[in-house]
Write a protein that binds this ligand. Structure first.
Ligand code: AQP
Length: 333
C-alpha cells in the first residue's frame, strides 16, 4: 500500500488565497501520484470564530469546490467534511488527556490569534485547536502532512502526542512527518511582507483564488516593495519583491534567476504587470472550475458524502484500536 497523506483547510473565507494554494494545495495535488491521499474541509476548527451559519455553509462547499478545481481528484483522493466524521472530535477528547496545559499554551498560532482577538474572542476551542488537528492526522495513520510553515509547530505537537501515547500503550499511532516545500512554505501579505498571507488578513494583502482578474491585477500593482528599482531576489533587504518573485516562479515554473534576467534594466512596474498576467492566467481555469462546482451543490455534496463514508470506516478502525488499548469497554453490539 502507498504511504498515507492527510491534510485539511478551514472554511474560514469564501475563497482560499495564494498562500493556501502554494503552501499546501499544490502539494496535495502532486502527492496523489505517489501517496494514498485524504483531504478534508476542517469545519469543526472554524467553529471557534462563531461564523454566521449561512456563511459557514457557503464557505464549506466553496472550500471543497476549490480543492476539486485545483486538481484534487475524488477518484484518487478521499475528500470530505470533518464534521461528517465524528471520530475526529472523539479522538481529540482522548488526546486532550495527553496534552500538557503548558505545552498547548506555547503554540504560537494560539498566542498570535488570542492576542489579536482579545480575551472575549479567545475560547477553549481556539486553545485546543492543535489537539483536534492532531486527531485529524492520527486517525488516518498519515505518514506525511503537506502544510505551510505556519503549521510546523502543530505538526511537532502531533508527533509528540503520538509518541507519548505509543510509549505508554504500544504501537497505536503512526508518527507523521511534515511535508513542507521550502520555496513556497510561507507566502507573505502583499501590503505587509513581514506577515504571512492569511484569510483573516487585510483585503489588500491577499490574492484570492476566486478574485476577479482586475482585482488581482490591482492588488499586485499596489503590492508594497521598496525604494529601489532593480528586480533582484533578496529576502532580507527586499522582502516584498522577494515574495512577488517567489509567486512568479512558483506559478510560471521558471527559476528566480531566469526571471531576474528577464527584468534586468526594467523597473518594478514592468515586473508587476507581467506578474499580474501570470497570476490571472494561472488562476482563471481554477476559478472557472470552482465556480462550476459551487453551482452544482448536489454533485459536490455527493462527492463529499462518498468521501466521508470511506473516511468514517478508516477513522473508526483507529478509534477502536485506541479505545481498546486504553481499556474503554465497547458496546457488545
Ligand atoms: N501564507 C501562507 N503561505 C504558505 N502556506 C500557507 N497556509 C496558510 N497561509 C499560508 C497553509 O494553508 C493551509 C490552510 O490551513 P487553514 O485554513 O487551516 O488555516 P491557516 O493556516 O490559519 O490559514 P489562513 O489562510 O491564515 O487562515 P486563517 O486566517 O483563517 O487563520 C495550511 O496548510 C497552511 O499552512
Amino acid at each position: 500500500m502507498s504511504p498515507r497523506v492527510f491534510s485539511g483547510m478551514q472554511p474560514t473565507a469564501d475563497s482560499l488565497h495564494l498562500g493556501n494554494y502554494l503552501g499546501a494545495l499544490v502539494q496535495w495535488v502532486a502527492l496523489q501520484e505517489t501517496h494514498d491521499t485524504i483531504y478534508a474541509v476542517v469545519d469543526l476548527h472554524a467553529l471557534n470564530e462563531h461564523p454566521e451559519p449561512e456563511a459557514l455553509r457557503r464557505r464549506t462547499r466553496a472550500t471543497a469546490a476549490q480543492f476539486l478545481a485545483a486538481g484534487v481528484d475524488p477518484a484518487r483522493s478521499l475528500l470530505f467534511v470533518q464534521s461528517h466524521v465524528p471520530q475526529h472530535a472523539e479522538l481529540a477528547w482522548v488526546l486532550g488527556g495527553f496534552t500538557g496545559f503548558g505545552e498547548a499554551s506555547r503554540m504560537t498560532q494560539f498566542k498570535d490569534k488570542s492576542a489579536k482577538q482579545g480575551e472575549r474572542g479567545t475560547n477553549v476551542a481556539l486553545f485546543t485547536y492543535p489537539v483536534l488537528m492532531a486527531a485529524d492526522i492520527l486517525l488516518y495513520d498519515a505518514e506525511a502532512v503537506p502544510v505551510g510553515e505556519d503549521q510546523r509547530q502543530h505538526l511537532e505537537l502531533t508527533r509528540d502526542l503520538a509518541q507519548r501515547v505509543n510509549a505508554s500503550y504500544g504501537d497505536i499511532f503512526t508518527v507523521p512527518e511534515p511535508h513542507i516545500i521550502k520555496a513556497t512554505a510561507k507566502i507573505y501579505d502583499l501590503q505587509d511582507p513581514s506577515s504571512k498571507m492569511s484569510k483573516s488578513g487585510g483585503p489588500g494583502g491577499i490574492i484570492e483564488i476566486l478574485d476577479e482578474p482586475k482585482v488581482i491585477s490591482k492588488r499586485i500593482r499596489s503590492a508594497v516593495t521598496d525604494a529601489e528599482t532593480e528586480v533582484r531576489f533578496d529576502e532580507r533587504l527586499k522582502p516584498g519583491l522577494a515574495n512577488l518573485l517567489t509567486i512568479y516562479s512558483a506559478l510560471s515554473g521558471r527559476s528566480i534567476s531566469d526571471i531576474e534576467d528577464d527584468f534586468a534594466g526594467k523597473g518594478y512596474g514592468d515586473f508587476k504587470g507581467a506578474l499580474a498576467d501570470v497570476v490571472v492566467e494561472f488562476l482563471a481555469p481554477i476559478r472557472e472550475a470552482a465556480l462550476g462546482w459551487i453551482e452544482s451543490p448536489d454533485k459536490l455534496d455527493s462527492v463529499l458524502a462518498d468521501g466521508a463514508e470511506k473516511a468514517r470506516m478508516i477513522a473508526q478502525g483507529t478509534l477502536e484500536r485506541v479505545y481498546d488499548a486504553l481499556g474503554v469497554v465497547r458496546p457488545a453490539h
